[in-house]
Design a protein around this ligand. Structure first.
Ligand SMILES: [Zn+2]
Length: 403
């Protein structure tokens, strides 16, 4: 049995080295062994062996590695080991990808992994990585998050990402709103939330739906005007269809009035785009080619597709990711913020917090996150994992990059 494991270590280490230009990765070898049934309790015993084998292999050149691998190729499983990320379609000319964290606090470890996943593809194909800070809900913003998310992004991408702040782009959202109204694809609805829900439930048009373009232009001005509609009195809706089989698609809202002072823009704006308008506008304007996003955004993605169609713009290729939950702690920026305020943690860089601020202080390198993202890959399956196992693999990726 021991002999068998030794052979497998050689086989997987060689396979991995051949794929990565001669350099093998202990985390990848370890995870392949886990897939073959290696028990977690054996990690301490096996890790030195893996390191030893990787050192030996690194002395061979690529051709020698390939020749050596032939001896082991039969005992290692093709199916169990995934090497590298799957290719993206239509990516030959480069990709433009993004992540869009909310301004509710800095990035935590899974933001870091998701950013790294898209960034892995940007590095692979060339192109552009965009980090877009979502702050068009004036009620859920931490003023410090702008600076912290910039720091986290620059750290994770070696300063190679472009950073945008949505609330600095309000004129663009207003201009797309005006276009949608002109095209007859948006209208100002003055029904209460409850009234509209009732119409939607019964697949009936609300009376506002009948208004012509000119009336909607005037009502939109009334939404924007300081002396016009007040908070809760009107929303801008996308005119899809009220009988859509998915209720989420029925004339969903695009913009609303919120007079809470904005931490960054103060009282400059009264009407705020909702995420489907701001996200679709930005993705069109920034010419996004590929999107990797949480699968909880599936309905939003469909709504945004409808907005794209109105402007006759092709919708980016999209992949959905399952959520990764840690057994021991909920990864929630808002929760962490509350706990910092209560004194449970000393700040965003507290060593007990899984934030990028904290992990950076603890010596993690961006390459560890890139490798981890590649290792976790594109999967729609929700995962519940122990943070101990997660960090064991991340630590191994991190050790390799110390040299
Ligand atoms: Zn209405």
């Amino acid at each position: 049995m021991i002999k068998e494991i030794d052979k497998k270590i050689y086989g997987y280490a060689l396979k991995n080295a051949i794929h990565y230009g001669g350099k093998s990765n202990s985390g990848a070898v370890l995870s392949a062994l886990f897939n073959e049934g290696l028990e977690k309790s054996k990690v301490k015993e096996v890790m030195p062996k893996i390191q030893k084998v990787i050192n030996e292999i690194s002395k061979l050149n690529l051709d020698e590695q390939k020749k050596e691998f032939e001896k082991y190729s039969e005992i290692i499983s093709e199916r169990e080991v995934r090497v590298g990320l799957p290719e993206l379609p239509n990516a030959e000319k480069g990709v433009i990808m993004r992540i869009a964290p909310s301004a509710s606090g800095p990035l935590h470890v899974m933001h870091g992994i998701n950013l790294s996943l898209s960034f892995d593809y940007v590095k692979k194909y060339g192109g552009k990585m965009i980090v877009r800070i979502e702050d068009t809900n004036p009620e859920n913003i931490d003023k410090n998050s702008y600076k912290l998310i910039k720091e986290d992004t620059n750290f994770l991408t070696n300063n190679e990402a472009e950073i945008f702040i949505q609330s600095d782009r309000m004129d663009l959202y207003y201009s797309y709103s005006a276009s949608l109204i002109e095209k007859g694809k948006a209208y100002v609805c003055t029904c209460s939330g409850d009234e509209f829900r009732e119409f939607s439930k019964n697949q009936k048009d609300c009376p506002c739906r009948k208004k012509n373009v000119k009336e909607n232009v005037l009502d939109w001005e009334k939404m924007l005007n300081k002396k016009g509609f007040k908070e809760g009195e009107a929303v801008l809706r996308f005119k899809s269809t009220m009988s859509h089989k998915n209720p989420a698609m029925r004339d969903f809202p695009l913009a609303r009035i919120n007079e809470t002072p904005h931490p960054r823009q103060k009282k400059k704006y009264k009407v705020w785009p909702l995420m489907n308008l701001s996200v679709a506008t930005d993705d069109m304007d920034m010419k996004m080619t590929h999107i990797i996003r949480g699968k909880d955004h599936r309905d939003n993605s469909e709504r945004q597709k409808l907005i794209f169609e109105t402007f006759k713009v092709n919708f980016p290729w999209t992949a959905f990711l399952g959520r990764t939950h840690f057994k021991e702690m909920e990864l929630s920026t808002s929760k962490f913020r509350k706990e910092i305020e209560e004194g449970k943690y000393s700040g965003w860089g507290d060593p007990k917090l899984p934030t990028i601020q904290s992990l950076k202080k603890r010596g993690y390198k961006p390459q560890a996150f890139w490798k981890m993202a590649e290792h976790l890959g594109l999967s729609e399956v929700d995962k519940i994992i122990s943070s101990k196992d997660f960090f064991e693999v991340l630590n191994n990726f991190n050790k390799e990059n110390k040299s």
